[in-house]
Design a protein around this ligand. Structure first.
Ligand code: 9WN
Length: 419
């Protein structure tokens, strides 16, 4: 059974392999996505370490001069996705988008080094990636934390990787739609529109893209110019965890300055996360930087914070909260609290389960000693695969597979869970 599942997961990765990068899935997402790619490398590492390193190298070959690593690399033309390179117009030789995505690379590279069979290859590739990943982290704190709060803001919902989360509703409602150029969505030609964001959300996504484009994608301007500035605990936990892991790696590789700076970022970030804690919800919440208020939205962003080394009592409270969500959801972890009125079990990040988030939460809670919750998360993740295959996401109530099929990072997470 286990062997068959491993073989199927490898097959999904091979099917989406384009040689030096993988696509998340054929049709719906025909390019290289940032955090998909890095998490998928963890899957490749189980059967082809060299290919796994290439995945991350390819992504970082398209890092911007200021340190940002874009969320999409448009390696080949494909009209099947909107918005394509012409809408972004970032002026790169190989076109890219102009925003970023959750920085999982520091975490993934350390894990790949720790688990490597080919230690020489791992050391050589990690040594080359180390300053690049560090430059990306520095870019975050320079460009997305201008007041040195210790936490960074996202300036577009797509940066969070949780595009249509209920967390963004109020902040996104303040984004205007005047002047949005007419567009045709492609996503709803590949996937069920009831599983995807709405047209009203897409109009605001595109308004933000057009606005950033009109500012020449100049990251010294974008943060302050964006009407959408949200501090997401999940996103920040990923950054903090990657900084902490990069510090360990830098120490091993004899780079004390990178180690020190990375450790400082992580320590300040953990301390600053405290401001996002809500006793009433028993989890972290997002902060709207435009209003200075916490966002009253019990989503998975506040649970994903367990991926960083948060205080033990916070991790324990998150585990309790997840256990409680398990009373209403047959499959953990729903991306939003099923008892909230906005919860939608099929619509993308407004309720469905995503294996990558399960994986990161399980990893963090495991370090925090919350083994019973971790076991249930992993068992539920594998039950979803057995019932519904390697989907993009799943209903936490019925296990219905949603979005795209044969999904790369879902398969990669299965390889990690079964290892
Ligand atoms: C926009 C590729 C990406 C993921 C995101 C997910 C979805 C894109 C979209 O797909 O976003 O970046 O067009 O819907 O929300 O997390 O990286 O799998």
């Amino acid at each position: 059974m286990k062997h068959a599942l491993i073989a199927q997961a490898e097959q999904v990765l091979r099917r989406n392999d384009r040689g030096t990068y993988t696509v998340p899935t054929h049709g719906l997402y025909p390019f290289q996505w940032n955090w998909d790619s890095v998490l998928s490398a963890l899957g490749f590492a189980h059967f082809d370490e060299a290919r796994a390193w290439t995945e991350i190298d390819t992504l970082f070959a398209h890092q911007w001069e200021d340190g940002m690593v874009p969320h999409i690399i448009f390696h080949e033309r494909d009209e099947g996705y909107f918005p394509g390179p012409d809408v972004w117009s970032t002026g790169r030789a190989v076109p890219t988008s102009g925003i970023t995505q959750p920085p999982v690379a520091g975490f993934a590279v350390r894990r790949m080094v720790d688990n490597a069979k080919d230690k020489d290859l791992a050391t050589q590739r990690a040594r080359a990636l180390l300053p690049r990943i560090h430059a990306w982290h520095r870019w975050f704190f320079n460009s997305r934390d201008p007041e040195a709060s210790g936490l960074v803001a996202i300036i577009h919902p797509w940066e969070s990787g949780r595009d249509n989360s209920i967390d963004w509703d109020a902040a996104l409602a303040r984004v205007p739609t005047e002047g949005v150029e007419p567009f045709t969505r492609r996503d709803i030609q590949h996937a069920n529109p009831a599983h995807r964001p709405t047209h009203a959300q897409y109009e605001r996504y595109i308004w933000l893209v057009q606005t950033f484009r009109s500012l020449g994608w100049d990251n010294t301007k974008l943060h302050d110019a964006s009407p959408f500035r949200v501090v997401d605990p999940g996103f920040n936990a990923i950054l903090i965890r990657s900084c902490a892991d990069l510090a360990e790696l830098a120490e091993q590789l004899g780079e004390p300055e990178i180690a020190k700076q990375s450790r400082d970022f992580a320590t300040r970030g953990i301390a600053a996360l405290e401001k996002l804690w809500s006793d009433a919800h028993g989890q972290y919440l997002c902060l709207d930087r435009s209003t200075g208020e916490l966002i009253d939205s019990p989503s998975i962003g506040g649970l994903l914070a367990a991926f960083a080394a948060v205080p033990t009592e916070r991790a324990a409270a998150i585990a309790r909260r997840i256990d409680k969500l398990g009373d209403a959801a047959k499959f953990l972890v729903p991306s939003h609290d099923p008892s909230a009125p906005e919860f939608d079990d099929l619509r993308y990040w407004r309720g469905p389960v995503w294996l990558i988030v399960n994986y990161m939460i399980a990893d963090g809670l495991s370090t925090a000693g919350q083994h019973a919750t971790v076991e249930r998360i992993i068992a539920d993740s594998l039950a979803l695969i057995h019932e519904s295959g390697f989907a993009e996401y799943y209903s936490p109530i019925t296990a219905e597979p949603c979005g795209g099929a044969h999904f790369t990072w879902t398969a990669a997470m299965v390889l990690e869970f079964l290892a």
